[in-house]
Design a protein around this ligand. Structure first.
Ligand code: 3HC
Length: 293
């Protein structure tokens, strides 16, 4: 039978990490959120505040439940704060070396029987796991953006992940009201492997002036029934994250569908990262606000 995990840690409180922390806390788990400094902690707390304020405004969460949710979350700037966790999930930027350093450090402070998970979108979970002395207790747990909304989680099992670790993580995902599936450790797993060639193609269409951003998005939204067009979705995901995912997938598979469209790199270099910076393919008044231009 799956072990019930009650205290979880989240390393990295950016868009995904903060969303994941919110999901855990909303479902009654005790959460420890770790960021590299106080400023980053405040930003992470702000993401959760903003997202839960919105739920309160829409009548989906009471003010009392919002307070109770925050009472279940503590914030810290040191990994040592995660010592008592049953599971720790890492959700920092998509850089293999950084993730390996974090896993190596986590391995020294987190209980031996705890599970270490990564929210990586495309990097090798196996390569991350071997930075620890416990690769058998390392797994991928890949959430989708916005994490509080999307109902799907990919659980990535490496060739050495213990079956009971996979079972515990599947049970945890179900407790969060997500539908989990098990995927093998290949770049992009299931969803991103299918999604990112399409997103990249949409960028190329706009870059070559084949069609406007509005028309590309309208084609997929109105013509094909997608909730968002590909360019609006890239702004939601973050152009930096999208670039890193494409680059990793291209290096692994050499599929030219995944060779990042040149304009993507230029936009990232220029700081046009999408909603999080207020400008990407579209312009936004504030994070999560509708398109302005
Ligand atoms: N945080 C928390 N909640 C949010 C949110 C956010 N950032 N954005 C929207 N929501 C909630 C709203 O509060 C609302 O909740 P309610 O139904 O309980 O009232 C619900 O989501 C619907 O929101 P809206 O009415 O404002 O807007 P939409 O109906 O247009 O939905 C959307 C917005 C959920 C983002 C929808 O457009 C959508 O599903 N888009 C596609 C997203 C997608 O494809 N995500 C996957 C990206 S790939 C990925 O994440 C993988 C990674 O590795 C990169």
């Amino acid at each position: 039978m799956a072990r019930e995990l009650t205290t979880v840690g989240v390393v990295g409180l950016g868009t995904m990490g903060a969303g994941i922390a919110e999901v855990f806390a909303r479902h009654g788990l005790t959460v420890v959120g770790v960021e590299r400094d106080e400023q980053a902690v405040e930003r992470g707390r702000g993401h959760i505040q903003h997202s839960t304020d919105r739920a309160v405004k829409r009548g989906k969460l009471s003010v009392e439940d919002q307070q109770a949710l925050f009472d279940r979350v503590t914030f810290a700037t040191e990994l040592e704060a995660l010592a008592g966790c049953d599971l720790v999930i890492e959700a920092v930027i998509e850089r293999l070396e950084l993730k390996r350093e974090i896993f190596s450090a986590l391995d020294k402070v987190v209980r031996e029987d705890a599970i270490l998970a990564t929210n990586t979108s495309s990097l090798s979970v196996t390569e991350i796991s071997v930075a620890t002395e416990r690769p058998r207790r390392v797994v991928g747990m890949h959430f989708f953006n916005p994490a509080p909304v999307q109902e799907f989680v990919e659980v990535i099992k490496t060739v050495v992940t213990e079956p009971d670790v996979v079972e515990d993580v599947l049970a945890l995902a179900r407790r969060l009201d997500k539908v989990p599936v098990v995927a093998a450790d290949r770049a992009g797993f299931i969803a991103n492997a299918l999604l990112f060639g399409y997103l990249n193609h949409a960028v190329s269409m706009v870059e070559s002036r084949y069609a406007t951003r509005e028309d590309v998005d309208a084609a997929m939204r109105l013509g094909c029934g997608y909730p968002m067009g590909p360019l609006a979705l890239l702004d939601l995901i973050g152009l930096d994250t999208a670039y890193e995912i494409l680059d990793t997938m291209y290096k692994q598979g050499r599929n030219r569908l995944h060779a990042p469209a040149p304009i993507l790199k230029q936009m990232v270099t220029a700081g046009l990262l999408g909603r999080k910076t207020g400008r990407g393919f579209y312009t936004y008044e504030a994070p999560d606000s509708p398109v302005v231009v």
